[in-house]
Ligand binder design. Structure first.
Ligand SMILES: Cc1cc2nc3c(=O)[nH]c(=O)nc-3n(C[C@H](O)[C@H](O)[C@H](O)COP(=O)(O)OP(=O)(O)OC[C@H]3O[C@@H](n4cnc5c(N)ncnc54)[C@H](O)[C@@H]3O)c2cc1C
Length: 384
C-alpha cells in the first residue's frame, strides 16, 4: 500500500525542523557564510531540540528514527542553509560506520555520548590522491602491540578541525586496494600525532569546516577497529549508500528556497510596467523548477523508504543524489537569472544558494560516480 501522507509524528518533526530552520538558521546564513563562522551555537540548539543524530537506535539512547524521517528534517535545514546542514549531518554520516561495522561494546562506548551532548564527528575517507577512486587510499595503519600506528593525510574532511571523534579509513597495504582497507575510530583528544593542517577557503557552504588532517605515527587502540581488518571499504560503501538520500534531500531544500525567493522577487519586481511574474518566460522557469523539485523529492523519499525497509538501494540512492543535486544546480542558476543583476549581488540570497548548490554535485561521490553506480546496477540486472 502506497501512502504519500506523513504520519502525525512526522508532521510534528517537520514543523519543529521548519521552525528552527526558518527562525534560527536562515537569519544567520548570510553572515556565517561571509565570516566563515562555524555554526557551533546552532548545532547546540538543534541538538537541544532533538533534531540531530535521529537514527541512533533506542538501545544507545537515541530516537531510532529512519532515513526517511531524517530526509524530512534535512529538506527543512537545506532550505535555510546548506553549509549549516552539511555541518549538522556530517556527524550522522561519521557515526554510520560505527552502526554498520561496530561491535555491541563499541556502539555502547561511542553512541550514547552523541545523544547526551552536542558532540561532533567527522568521516575521513578522501585523501589528496584518492577521491573518486576511494579504494586507492594511501593513508596507512600498521599494528604495533595493542595499537595501530596511522600515517598519512586526509583531505576535505567536513568537521575535521572541530570533531571529537573521527571515523577514519586507512589501508594495511595500498597495493591490495579495497581488500586491505580498515575503518577505525580516532578519538581526537586522546590521539597524539594527529594535526589539523588547515581548513579550506571554499566557494560555498562556507560556514562548514573542510579540513586537512595529518597523521604522523598517530597511535590508536586496536580495540577501536570497526569490524575486522579489510572490512573498511565495504563499510564505507554501505555507509554512503545509506546517507546519499540526505544529500538528495538537501538538494530538494535548496531548490525549494530558490523557488521561494524567485517567486517573491518576480511578484514584486516590475519591468515594462508589469511584475516579472506576468511574463510567461518567468512562469515557465518557475514551473520547470517546481516540476524538477517534485520529482527529486519523490526519488529521495523512495530511496530513503527502501533503506528503511532493508532493501538494496544503491541504484535508487545514487539516482536521487545525482538528480536532486543537478536539480538544485539548475534551479539556483535560474533563480539568479530571474533576479537579473540583483541575483549576482551578495545582498540577495540566491547568489549564496547557487554557490552552495555546486557542492551537492561533488561530495559524497561526484555525480559522474553516481552515474557509474546507476549504470553498473542496470548491467547487473542483465547479469552483467
Ligand atoms: C566541501 C567538501 C566537503 C567534503 N566532505 C568530505 C567528508 O566529510 N569526508 C570525505 O571523506 N570526503 C569529503 N569530501 C570529498 C569529496 O567526497 C570528494 O571531493 C569527491 O568524492 C571527489 O573526489 P576528488 O575531489 O578527489 O575528485 P576526483 O576524484 O579527482 O574527480 C575529479 C573529476 O573527475 C571525475 N571522475 C573521476 N573519476 C571518474 C571516472 N572513472 N569516470 C568519469 N569521471 C570521473 C569526477 O566525477 C570529478 O568530476 C568533501 C569535499 C568537499 C569539496
Amino acid at each position: 500500500m502506497i501512502d504519500f501522507r506523513l504520519t502525525p509524528e512526522q508532521e510534528e518533526l517537520v514543523n519543529l525542523a521548519r521552525k528552527f530552520a526558518q527562525n534560527e538558521m536562515r537569519p544567520k546564513a548570510a553572515q556565517y557564510d561571509r565570516e566563515e563562522k562555524f555554526p557551533r551555537d546552532l548545532l547546540e540548539k538543534a541538538h537541544g531540540l532533538g533534531l540531530l543524530n535521529l537514527r541512533i537506535p533506542p538501545d544507545y539512547g537515541g530516537l531510532g528514527l529512519g532515513c526517511f524521517d531524517e530526509c524530512l528534517v534535512v529538506e527543512e535545514f537545506g532550505a535555510a542553509c546548506a553549509g549549516m546542514t552539511t555541518t549538522f549531518m556530517s556527524t550522522s554520516l561519521a557515526l554510520r560506520p560505527i552502526l554498520v561495522g561496530g561491535s555491541e561494546e563499541q556502539k555502547r562506548r561511542w553512541l550514547p555520548g552523541f545523544v547526551e551532548r552536542p558532540l561532533i564527528a567527522a568521516f575521513a575517507l578522501t585523501e589528496p590522491d584518492s577521491g573518486s577512486d576511494a579504494a586507492g587510499l594511501g593513508c596507512t595503519l600498521r599494528r604495533e602491540g595493542d595499537d595501530y600506528l596511522i600515517n598519512g593525510t586526509k583531505r576535505f574532511c567536513t568537521n575535521g578541525s572541530q570533531a571529537d571523534l573521527i571515523t577514519l579509513f586507512a589501508t594495511l597495504d595500498r597495493t591490495k586496494r579495497d581488500k586491505a582497507i580498515c575503518a577505525i575510530v580516532v578519538e581526537k583528544k586522546k590521539t597524539k600525532g594527529l594535526a589539523v593542517a588547515k581548513d579550506e577557503d571554499k566557494m560555498g557552504i562556507r560556514c562548514s569546516a573542510t579540513s586537512e588532517l595529518v597523521f604522523e605515527d598517530a597511535r590508536v587502540p586496536a580495540a577501536n577497529l570497526l569490524g575486522r581488518e579489510g572490512e573498511g571499504f565495504k563499510n564505507a560503501m554501505k555507509t554512503l549508500d545509506n546517507t546519499r538520500p540526505w544529500i538528495a534531500a538537501m538538494g530538494v531544500g535548496v531548490t525549494r528556497a530558490a523557488i521561494d525567493h524567485s517567486l517573491d522577487y518576480a511578484m514584486q519586481r516590475r519591468q515594462f510596467g508589469r511584475p516579472l511574474i506576468d511574463f510567461q518566460a518567468t512562469q515557465f522557469k518557475l514551473a520547470q523548477m517546481a516540476m524538477e523539485m517534485e520529482a527529486a523529492r519523490m526519488m529521495t523519499w523512495k530511496s530513503a523508504w527502501m533503506i528503511d525497509h532493508d532493501l538494496r538501494a544503491s541504484k535508487e540512492s545514487s539516482i536521487a543524489k545525482a538528480f536532486a543535486s543537478d536539480t538544485a544546480m539548475r534551479a539556483t542558476t535560474e533563480a539568479v537569472q530571474i533576479h537579473g543583476g540583483y541575483g549576482y549581488i551578495k545582498e540577495y540570497p540566491v547568489e549564496k544558494l547557487m554557490r552552495d548548490a555546486k557542492i551537492l554535485q561533488i561530495y559524497e561521490g561526484a555525480n559522474e560516480i553516481q552515474r557509474m553506480v546507476i549504470a553498473r546496477e542496470l548491467m547487473r540486472s542483465r547479469g552483467g
